[in-house]
Design a protein around this ligand. Structure first.
Ligand SMILES: CC(C)(COP(=O)(O)OP(=O)(O)OC[C@H]1O[C@@H](n2cnc3c(N)ncnc32)[C@H](O)[C@@H]1OP(=O)(O)O)[C@@H](O)C(=O)NCCC(=O)NCCS
Length: 386
């Protein structure tokens, strides 16, 4: 056996989790984690959250500029035309065995590819049209998953309503209030893109093989599902529900302290990039409080704030995007199982923007691993001697 270090063992050591590794160039999203700055195509997230709709944000991510009125009107018409789901996909939804909504979303997003007439057209124009179609349909799909899981029939989109209102309408069957619509619209804007987060990176790695756009989004959805990524928002709500709104105020602190003592991670806290307040959390905190007050359900916000104070004192950790989105969605009446799928309803805009950027200037993404296995070459042991 070789006693010297194998040549394959030499070379640079990797950063755990690729922390701070710059893996590509991109003109889409800017994050300054020390100063808590997030911008899409140069526009500060605070300005977008205050003034832009989700549709304007999609256009911005895809084209690099805010749309003119005419361009926005065109995009709204394209989204409206694409929103109805293929009948076959709805049938498939009804025959799938009961499953987590993210699993259903992953499988049915993949099924959508079979009903896209341009699936094999690799021209930039067709790729863009597929990005619009997928963005429109993921919202319809998540609403339909919510309906069918709740034992109800899917609802056809309303061609006149915008994206946020349509989603709430297709989910509940009621025309949403302007307050609920705007709150959900802002949540979609806030979740639309976040540079090379795990799911976007997965989508870009897939895109760099020049696979089809649907496959890249299925990679993104599968990655988003994890509890360290998009799955955290549902976990936050489970934690709040475990204690319940009527418990003594300090029960929530006791619960969190017990989790920390067991070395458990508290969902909705910490971030790989932000070392200060996540600017998205600023808006979601406000929305959680305002909607809680308007609906007489402020208890979820109050509990959340107690957790935030405790986590700052004990761990010096700030809430991330998933923390206050949980109580915001809950008071909007959205089932917990749909919290992470809703993240995908928004993030599909960012995933597709990144995939189009990757296609436009592609090189296969194929890094190396720091080999830690047995020395090479390892003497082969014949079968009869093992
Ligand atoms: C987001 C996250 C995955 C980032 O992970 P990361 O950059 O690899 O950071 P680490 O997991 O190495 O955490 C660094 C330190 O902070 C602690 N920490 C990080 N997040 C924590 C949390 N949510 N609860 C308790 N402790 C936490 C870790 O235990 C670790 O402490 P140690 O150095 O004493 O061991 C991590 O913060 C996490 O798991 N958060 C909870 C899940 C979540 O909300 N995900 C959504 C992200 S938007």
């Amino acid at each position: 056996m070789t006693t010297e270090t194998s040549p394959a063992l030499a070379g640079p050591k990797p950063r755990g989790g690729l922390e701070d590794v710059v893996a590509t160039s991109s003109a889409i999203c800017y994050i300054d984690g020390d100063r808590g700055i997030l911008a899409y195509r140069g526009y500060d997230i605070h300005d977008l959250a205050r003034h832009a709709s989700f549709e304007e944000t999609c256009y911005l991510l895809w084209h690099g500029e805010l749309p003119t009125r005419a361009a926005l009107g065109d995009l709204q018409s394209q989204l409206a035309a694409a929103r109805p789901l293929p009948e076959a996909v709805l049938r498939l939804l009804k025959v799938l065995p009961p499953a987590n909504a993210m699993d259903q979303l992953r499988t049915l997003s993949s099924a959508l590819a079979h009903y896209d007439p341009e699936i094999d057209d690799r021209s930039p124009q067709a790729q863009y049209r597929k990005a619009v179609r997928l963005t429109a349909r993921l919202a319809s799909l998540v609403a339909a998953i919510g309906r069918v899981t709740g034992g109800k029939g899917p609802i056809e989109p309303d061609p006149v309503m915008g994206h946020a209102a349509n989603f709430l309408y297709m989910l509940t069957g009621d025309r949403p209030s302007s307050t609920a619509t705007r709150a959900f619209d802002v949540a979609l804007v806030l979740h639309a893109d976040h540079e090379l987060n795990a799911s976007t990176f997965a989508a870009r790695v897939a895109a760099a093989t020049l696979t089809d756009l649907y496959s890249t989004i299925v990679a993104g959805i599968g990655t988003l599902k994890g509890p360290l990524h998009g799955g955290a928002n549902a976990d936050v709500m489970q934690m709040l529900l475990e204690v319940g709104p009527d418990a003594a105020p300090d029960r929530i602190e006791q619960t969190v302290r017990a989790k920390l003592a067991r070395k458990e991670k508290i969902p909705g806290f910490g971030h790989r990039v932000y070392h200060t307040e996540d600017p998205r959390a600023t808006h979601l905190r406000r929305m959680s409080r305002e909607l809680g007050e308007q609906t007489g359900q402020r208890a979820w916000f109050d509990m959340s704030q107690r957790i935030e104070t405790l986590m700052k004192e004990e761990k010096r950790l700030n809430p991330n995007v998933d923390f206050y989105s949980a109580s915001t969605y809950y008071v909007l009446g959205i089932p917990i199982d749909l919290f992470t799928p809703i993240f995908a309803v928004s993030r599909v805009s960012g995933w597709t923007a990144h995939v189009l950027e990757q296609y436009a200037n592609n090189r296969l993404i194929r890094p190396r691993a720091d080999y830690t296995g047995p020395d090479v070459p390892r003497p082969f042991v014949p079968r009869e001697d093992r």
